[in-house]
Design a protein around this ligand. Structure first.
Ligand code: TYD
Ligand code: MG
Length: 463
């Protein structure tokens, strides 16, 4: 193979091509394919694999189990998402938009562990040590025993980490700034990011330190995103939120040592990230009580119930093609709910402009939100405010039925805890009933529509 052989790699997903093209066939992104030298790095395969083909001892499946040693930070919302603390010898990727608060979160985690007597090394390729110190001081963490380094070369970082006692936790902020001598591509390219992440993951396994890699999610795909290293790390956490709102959600999307569907909720304040232990109260804090078009959805995030307000605005459209704007929910799902309302319930809603918003900037993915969305839409259409003490959940089928959803009892309990008096849902199982809440069960959406519309002044339902 000639030394100058190059390949073309998509910087967003890592797909490899033999020639340049404008659009990546694998992920569909435009202008993400960049020429990189193929004779080094990941594309060339591990050269050392051939050396010393020493066999290993095969082991029976039914052996002794060592439970993974974990280091708890004491930040409950973070420990919940990692499954009880960072696992020693594991690599964790923390991804998120630039400016969302990844460095702040990890600096706080580092400080928390340091005050529990753990050795923590924070390596930043983005900020100078004095900038990190300044941030720590502002957060009131200036006196914690965390070792800092400002470095981007992987070999130097590894040499530094291997000197002296092995740290318990190493934070690398961020993988996009790293570069290794072993490959010739520019920093930030897929080959560099992958090779660097591989070297650090290997360090984690070999040394027993927990390694946290920070990765920026990039929308334009010009810099290799965290997606290209997701498969090599043991856990992937995404830090999300809307920068115009103060709350942030840490979401586990992969975890070899725990459940993946957990979330941690934080609020960004002038004193850094504060844990939010009762997120429902936060999301319902500024609810427009008594306004038409507002429904409270009793949702679930992982194993946690979470109440959020769904707001709908249905207004006559001056346009030939009415406008649909959805924030925090799936627009295809909205179209489905609208189609069911039109066809199965006889509601003339399609010719209106429709705006749907999940309050607080939260993203809701559950089909269980269908019923709350439908209730909010009908409430707005008929100008009939929903009872302020009611919560809604249930999946709507294409036939117009309301299907029961999982974790009904947890949702009911959360609603009761927050002072709600009634719940509107599909048919519940016998074990799901909670005393104290008035439960209205609907097996068809049309029944619910009729009830909401009957309360309104302007009834837009056909006979
Ligand atoms: P940062 O952790 O630097 O984000 P990332 O590492 O994900 O790029 O967070 C940057 C933002 O957080 C910045 O806009 C300022 C804000 N912030 C606060 O509001 N309060 C604070 O105490 C700190 C440290 C940051
Ligand atoms: Mg940062």
């Amino acid at each position: 193979m000639s030394k100058s052989k190059s390949s073309f790699i998509c910087q967003a997903c890592g797909a490899v091509y033999s020639r340049w093209q404008g659009r990546c066939d694998a992920c569909g992104d435009w202008n993400t394919i960049v020429e990189e030298l193929a004779d080094s790095g990941v594309g060339a395969g591990p050269k050392s694999a051939k050396a010393g083909g020493r066999p290993v001892e095969l082991m029976p499946l039914s052996g002794e189990i060592e439970s993974a040693a974990r280091i708890e930070t004491g930040i409950v919302e973070l420990d919940r998402v990692t499954g009880g603390g960072f696992v020693m010898g594991s690599a964790v990727l923390v991804g998120g938009d630039p400016g969302i608060g990844k460095s702040t979160l990890l600096l706080q985690a580092a400080a928390a562990l340091a005050s529990r007597g753990k050795r923590v090394v924070y390596v930043s390729g983005e900020e100078a040590a004095s900038q990190i110190r300044l941030r720590a001081q502002r957060l009131g963490l200036g006196d914690r025993d965390v070792s800092l380094a400002s470095e981007t070369n992987v070999e130097i970082i590894l040499a530094t980490l291997e000197r002296g006692p092995t740290p318990h936790l190493v934070i690398i902020d961020s993988i996009q700034t790293l570069w290794t001598d072993r490959v010739e591509s520019a920093p930030g390219t897929v080959t560099q990011v992958r090779t660097s992440a591989q070297a650090l993951t290997r360090f984690a396994k070999k040394s027993g330190a927990a390694v946290v890699l920070v990765g920026h999610v990039t929308k334009d795909g010009q810099i290799a995103g965290p997606r290209v290293v997701e498969h090599m790390v043991d856990a992937v956490l995404y830090f999300e939120g809307d920068t115009s709102h103060t709350f942030r959600i840490l979401r586990g999307v992969k975890n070899r040592y725990g459940a993946t569907d957990e979330i941690g909720v934080f609020e960004m304040t002038t004193l850094g990230l504060q844990e939010v232990s009762n997120p429902s109260a936060l999301f319902l804090d500024q609810r427009d009580e008594g306004a038409a078009g507002s429904a409270v959805f009793a949702g679930m995030e992982g194993t946690r119930p979470l109440l959020v307000e769904i707001q709908a605005l249905v207004a006559p459209s001056p346009l030939g093609t009415p406008r649909r704007a959805v924030v925090g929910w799936d627009s295809a799902r909205l179209s489905m709910v609208l189609a069911v309302l039109e066809t199965r319930c006889g509601v003339r809603i399609g010719a209106n402009d429709i705006y749907l918003n999940v309050a607080g900037g939260l993203k809701v993915n559950e089909p269980a939100a269908d019923l709350a969305v439908a209730a909010a839409l009908i409430s707005s259409l008929t100008n009939s405010p929903l009872p302020t003490d009611a919560v809604y959940f249930g999946e709507i089928s294409l036939a117009g039925g309301v299907r029961p959803v999982v974790h009904s009892s947890l949702r009911l309990r959360e609603a009761q805890k927050l002072g709600f008096a009634s719940v509107v849902t599909g048919r519940l199982g016998p074990g799901d009933k909670t005393s104290g809440l008035e439960v209205s069960e609907f097996s068809s959406l049309a029944e619910l529509v009729g009830r909401i519309a009957a309360r309104g002044r302007k009834v837009a339902v056909e006979d």
